[in-house]
Design a protein around this ligand. Sequence first.
Ligand SMILES: Cc1ncc(COP(=O)(O)O)c(C=O)c1O
Length: 385
Amino acid sequence: MSNSNDDAAQAPETVAAQGLGWIDTATGAVTPGIQPSSTFLRDPDNQYRRGRAYARADNPTFDQPEAVLASLEKGAAAALFASGTAAATACFLALRPGDHVVAPKVMYWSLRNWLATYARDWGLGVDFVDMTDPAALIRTMKLGKTRLVWVETPSNPLWSITDIAAVANIVHAAGARLIVDSTVATPVLTQPLTLGADIVMHSATKYLNGHSDVVAGALIARVEDDYWERIKAVRVQGGGILGSFEAWLLMRGLRTLFPRVRTAVANAAKLADALERNPQVVEVLYPGLAGFAGHDIAARQMAGGFGAMLSIRVAGGEAAAIAAAAKVKIWKRATSLGGVESLIEHRRSVEGADSPCPPDLLRLSVGIESVDDLIADLEQALAIG
Ligand SMILES: Cc1ncc(COP(=O)(O)O)c(C=O)c1O
């Protein structure tokens, strides 16, 4: 494979659509193929001059999507993982027992549960704070002990906004690192590394792949330091790697990242507007609404839109919310987010009683269908009777 484009001159839309312009030099194929081999030939003099020995350590099909993600996030390097969860947990497992970390109270629920259980059992000190409150973060930092602060913005499922630049200042003043789960913002709308984050994490299952047919994760580092090497060692030695076919599918999805995200974001903005006027909706949680707490920060930090995730709180409480979700015809009742098809979910049923998610909340992942169809379907589902 080779990189036929001059990377420095490319706009991110071009980087994504052309996969940095890589072609298969052997065949001229503009879409580099899948390399399924688990092992690579050793040279007669006992060296590995081509630089590859075994696919758990080094899979050539990762090269292009990793290079594209590093470019889109303006990082020095990227690494693919078997899932967003594998990427996220690698960041914590690369620390040492006794280290202290701070994470948001509102974040992807399954990772919050892992931090509160496994990570603590393993020996990390874990504190959860309201990450939208810088004073609370400052109070929670333990000088000399806090190694890592985790941010998710916009954060599941309330879409609260964290000021990445402000948090980065606090974190770096305490000698710690900042990692941002930017799954919902995508590199189309926010580049956390340019705002001071040290590493960006994505559940590539979501917008990066975009078609609800791959589970994958990615990390992108601002610098390739010792910590990054430890994270990569967790991937190689832990062994939970992405498959070649999934890496190739992810690259296929990345090519259309920009038009997909932009269409979904435009749909979400129109939908949020319509839902604000719906009498069956008590509250619309969407960072694009002027009245939303964190809207001003989002307007500064997110370029080109406020994401395509929103939640509504339904008049009549939990039973009414579940009943409305039962009546949709076009929206799909399913978990996950970031695919081309719109998904609706009663989130408390997923997260359980100890979640900060209110019981009357429906989470909406807005896709790229006709927004009129999406609005009409939700309005009929919400209508009483
Ligand atoms: C914001 C966010 N982060 C991380 C994850 C975990 O990713 P995965 O399901 O790919 O392990 C998810 C999954 O829903 C998510 O929504």
